[in-house]
Design a protein around this ligand. Structure first.
Ligand code: SF4
Length: 277
């Protein structure tokens, strides 16, 4: 069996940067409160929790005078303000690409556009971006879901940073037929584009694709979908212990791709396990 690794793959710039800021602070402090999970990977959270990370669900759960961490997905302006008021220190790990999307939302709404975000409204990054728009904001997950009331209006469109390129293109295309004026910012981040592209290229050359990443990771889910769209047998696993020997049978070339929130040590562990099989 030959193993092929997608290039690039694994931890993206934004998550790597956020985790290294968090680790640096954890070396100095006993406890740090993160608003939401700082990385969508349960194994990495377990490692960071042993160093003193405490994950909480809202700014209200962060004790006064403590140290808070803002993850790569960012938060709404009011959540950031709340943390700054009550905490001794706030370590901001918001990815610069997410900050750009937040700024675009703010600018578009101040220019009078209805802000349209292509993405998942339940995703924390999208909720954070929504908070930066002062006027009307609509989140659309696919081109078929455009609300009737947007017809004929000025719409400013941007995307969740991990959105699938094809979905964003389709949504923008649909707006051309219903809106007299659209302004589009492509806020899909370069790391996402490169990872989606590398999966697509590798999936077409192998007998099976192993997608490695947390089940709660949106970008890992997109990689798995892209691989399946190519038509190759695809197995999504969180860690090496989930490899299914039956799935490997009769496959000579196995591709590995890891989500942008999958740490390097999990990728190494998977390769080692495969080499021993
Ligand atoms: S996927 Fe892109 S935008 Fe999101 S954290 Fe990574 S580098 Fe930043």
């Amino acid at each position: 069996m030959k193993i092929h690794i997608a290039d690039p793959t694994g931890l993206c710039f934004g998550v790597r940067r956020a985790i290294s800021k968090l680790e640096e602070e954890l070396l100095r402090s006993d406890k740090i409160y993160s608003l939401g999970s700082p990385i969508h990977n349960p194994q990495e959270i377990e490692r960071l929790s042993k160093m003193g990370l405490i994950v909480v669900e809202s700014a209200e759960d962060v004790p006064f005078g403590s140290i808070a961490f803002i993850r790569a997905h960012g938060v709404t302006p009011s959540e950031a303000e709340n943390l700054r008021k009550k905490c001794m220190k706030v370590v901001d790990g918001t990815c610069p690409f997410v900050k750009t999307a937040q700024k675009r939302a703010k600018d578009l709404s101040s220019e009078g556009y209805v802000v349209v975000i292509s993405g998942d409204r339940e995703h924390p990054e999208v909720r954070g971006i929504m908070g930066y728009a002062d006027g009307e904001v609509v989140v659309i997950s696919s081109e078929g879901d455009i609300p009737e009331n947007l017809k004929g209006r000025k719409c400013g469109i941007l995307s969740q940073t991990t959105q699938k390129v094809a979905s964003f293109i389709a949504l923008v295309g649909s707006f051309i037929t219903i809106s007299p004026e659209i302004k589009v910012y492509n806020t899909i981040c370069k790391a996402t584009l490169a990872r989606q592209d590398s999966v697509c290229r590798l999936a077409s050359k192998v007998d099976g694709m192993l997608i490695l990443g947390g089940r709660n990771s949106a970008n890992t889910k997109k990689l798995a979908e892209i691989s399946m769209d190519v038509g190759v047998s695809t197995l999504w696993i969180e860690h090496a212990g989930e490899i299914d020997r039956g799935w490997l049978r009769n496959k000579e070339n196995i591709g590995i791709a890891a989500g942008g929130s999958t740490p390097d040590w999990l990728i190494k562990e998977l390769i080692q396990n495969l080499n021993m099989m």
